[in-house]
Design a protein around this ligand. Structure first.
Ligand SMILES: C[S@@+](CC[C@H](N)C(=O)[O-])C[C@H]1O[C@@H](n2cnc3c(N)ncnc32)[C@H](O)[C@@H]1O
Length: 275
């Protein structure tokens, strides 16, 4: 994708995109020079950026596994899924349950361009281009209705995506709409960038860089992020802990002390269950 001639139709390669920047942070190749430059500019102020991205990706996979193994959930909607990467959600889940259904949702046109990397021959996955700010469009999409039975528990994954939805759009009300569609026993895994434990200059640089991107970024406090779980019961992040938010490296980790890195502290996360 480094060659500008390979820019697919409909993709804006003149501005960085959150999906392509994240792909670059994870060592992927689905990004352009503009994404790499923006990411390096951010990394100059936040040297733990790559660790932060990997810690978040680790939470995503562990939370999906937990829902499949501990809660027996067999259908998932991955909202703000990102570009195909290592350990795609369906690959994590099919190692546990080959029949698990996964719908990937993202508003970045590159995700549809690369959709074939996320599709399986047996039709257990789907990729749709939709904006999470329109829950009706997502929940009523024909591919969602084909694969997801809303009378049964659903695993919703909204990791590192709500930070791209400003307060003006009412992100808490949007999440409430998804929660309202959940059958009892459904779960929501959510992570979100925070400036709570990050030097103010580092986070301000990130916010400034994303003003040039296809989406702006809005770091939030722990209290603001916890509000996304209204109506759900938070589950303990590790065995023996109290139900609470934590940093992404810690959730589901075998060694929480070792997982509590500076990069991990760039995100708060949690998993909530619908009673
Ligand atoms: C930082 S990546 C996170 C990817 C993946 N969820 C993870 O945690 O590993 C954020 C993704 O959210 C997508 N995104 C941002 N705003 C969105 C919106 N309003 N609707 C759907 N997807 C969105 C971006 O295109 C990008 O792919």
């Amino acid at each position: 994708m480094a060659n500008p001639e390979l820019v697919p139709p409909g993709v804006d390669a003149t501005r960085p995109s959150p999906a392509r920047m994240y792909d670059y942070m994870l060592g992927g190749t689905h990004n352009f020079q503009v994404d790499r430059d923006a990411t390096e500019e951010f990394r100059a102020q936040l040297p733990d950026l790559e660790d932060a991205a990997w810690a978040n990706r680790g939470f995503h996979g562990r939370a999906a596994r937990w829902m499949a193994i501990e809660e027996g959930i067999g259908q998932f909607i991955d909202i703000g899924a990102g570009l195909p990467t290592q350990s795609n959600t369906h690959e994590v889940l099919h190692a546990i349950n080959p029949d698990a259904k996964v719908v990937y949702v993202d508003n970045d046109p590159m995700v549809l361009v690369l959709a074939r990397e996320l599709l399986t021959e047996d039709g257990t996955t789907a990729v749709i281009q939709a904006d999470l700010r329109d829950p009706d469009a997502v929940l009523n999409h024909e591919e969602v209705r084909r694969l997801i039975d809303f009378r049964q528990p659903v695993g919703f994954l909204m990791t590192a995506v709500l930070q791209f939805v400003g307060d003006d759009f009412g992100p808490w009300g949007i999440v409430d709409r998804y929660v309202a569609a959940m059958a009892p026993g459904s779960c929501l895994a959510l992570s979100h960038i925070t400036g709570d434990k990050v030097p103010p200059r580092s986070i301000a640089t990130g916010v400034q860089i994303y003003t040039r991107a296809t989406e702006r970024a809005y770091p939030r406090s722990r209290a603001e992020i916890e509000r996304f779980f209204a109506g759900l019961e938070l589950v303990p992040p590790v065995a023996g802990a109290s139900p609470a938010l934590c940093h992404v490296g810690i959730w589901g980790s075998e060694d929480p002390a070792a997982a509590d890195t500076d990069g991990s502290r760039v995100f708060w996360c949690g998993v909530g269950r619908r009673r």
